[in-house]
Design a protein around this ligand. Structure first.
Ligand code: GLN
Length: 240
C-alpha cells in the first residue's frame, strides 16, 4: 500500500494538476499496487511516516499567498518524509514554494519552504505555451507552462532538464525545473504525468521501494508516447 498526498488541492491544482494524481493511481492499479489518496488540508499536519508521494500543484498568486505560510509550517515534515524515502512532485506555484521565496506580481513576498536552493521573482509578462525539455539519458518532457515567476536555481541546484522549446524556469538560462534527491520541481502542467509516464514511474518506483516492494512491471505506453510525440511536435512548431 502506498499513500499519495495532494497538498492543499482545493487551492493548488490549476491547469489540470489534479490529473497527475489520477495517472499515479491508475498506473499503480494496472500493476496491482494498492494506493490510498489522502489530501492534506490547510492547517493539517503531514505525517512523514505515512506520505510516500507528495504532490504540490500550481496556483494563482492569490492562492499561493493563502497557502505559503501553512506550507512553510510543514517544512520539517516534508524534509523528514523525503529523507525517509518519500518523494515530492511540485508543479509551478508548488515548485516556486520549494524555494526560499517568491516575490509576486504585486510585490508580495512569500517565503517558501527552502527545501531546494532556488528563488523566484515575478516578471512583467507571463511565460505561456507548450514546452519541450531534454531531461538527459534519452528522456524528454512535454507539457504546458503559464507563469509570471522567473525562477533561478542556486549554483548547486540541478535542473530537471534543458529547454528545447518554451521558456522554462525564467526564459533566459535555458533551464527547466529542479531535481534534488526525492524531489522533482517543474513549471510543466498539462497535466504533466499523462504524457510523461517515465516521471510517474520514477515517483511510483520510489514509493513502492519505500514500502518494500520490487521493481515496477512495465506497461504498454504506446498511447502515452504517441501523445508526447504530438505535444513535442506542437512545441517545436511554436518555438518562441
Ligand atoms: N502564480 C505563479 C506565477 O504566475 C504560478 C502560476 C502557476 O502555478 N501556473 O508564476
Amino acid at each position: 500500500m502506498i499513500t499519495i498526498v495532494p497538498v492543499y488541492p482545493s487551492l493548488l491544482s490549476i491547469y489540470a494538476d489534479r490529473g497527475n494524481v489520477r495517472v499515479l493511481v491508475q498506473r499503480a492499479a494496472w500493476r496491482g499496487i494498492a494506493v490510498r489518496v489522502e489530501p492534506l488540508g490547510l492547517g493539517e499536519t503531514l505525517d512523514p511516516a505515512r506520505a510516500d508521494l507528495i504532490l504540490i500543484g500550481g496556483g494563482q498568486d492569490r492562492d499561493q499567498l493563502l497557502v505559503a505560510d501553512a506550507l512553510r509550517t510543514q517544512t520539517s515534515q516534508l524534509r523528514a518524509a523525503v529523507d525517509d524515502g518519500a518523494s515530492i512532485l511540485a508543479v509551478c506555484g508548488g515548485f516556486q514554494l520549494l524555494g526560499h521565496r517568491y516575490r509576486g506580481h504585486h510585490g508580495d513576498e512569500m517565503l517558501g519552504t527552502g527545501l531546494v536552493d532556488l528563488e523566484t521573482i515575478a516578471g512583467d509578462t507571463r511565460l505561456i505555451g507548450n514546452v519541450l525539455v531534454d531531461c538527459g539519458e534519452g528522456r524528454t518532457m512535454v507539457g504546458f507552462e503559464n507563469h509570471a515567476g522567473r525562477t533561478f536555481l542556486g549554483s548547486d541546484t540541478r535542473p530537471l532538464g534543458s529547454v528545447v522549446a518554451g521558456a522554462g524556469n525564467n526564459g533566459a538560462d535555458g533551464l527547466e525545473g529542479c531535481r534534488a534527491p526525492g524531489i522533482i520541481g517543474t513549471y510543466v502542467h498539462g497535466p504533466l504525468l499523462p504524457k510523461n509516464p517515465w516521471i510517474a514511474d520514477e515517483l511510483l518506483a520510489r514509493a513502492v521501494a519505500r514500502r518494500g516492494g520490487g521493481a515496477l512491471a512495465p506497461l504498454d505506453d504506446a498511447l502515452e508516447l504517441q501523445a508526447a510525440a504530438g505535444a513535442a511536435r506542437i512545441a517545436r512548431a511554436e518555438r518562441r
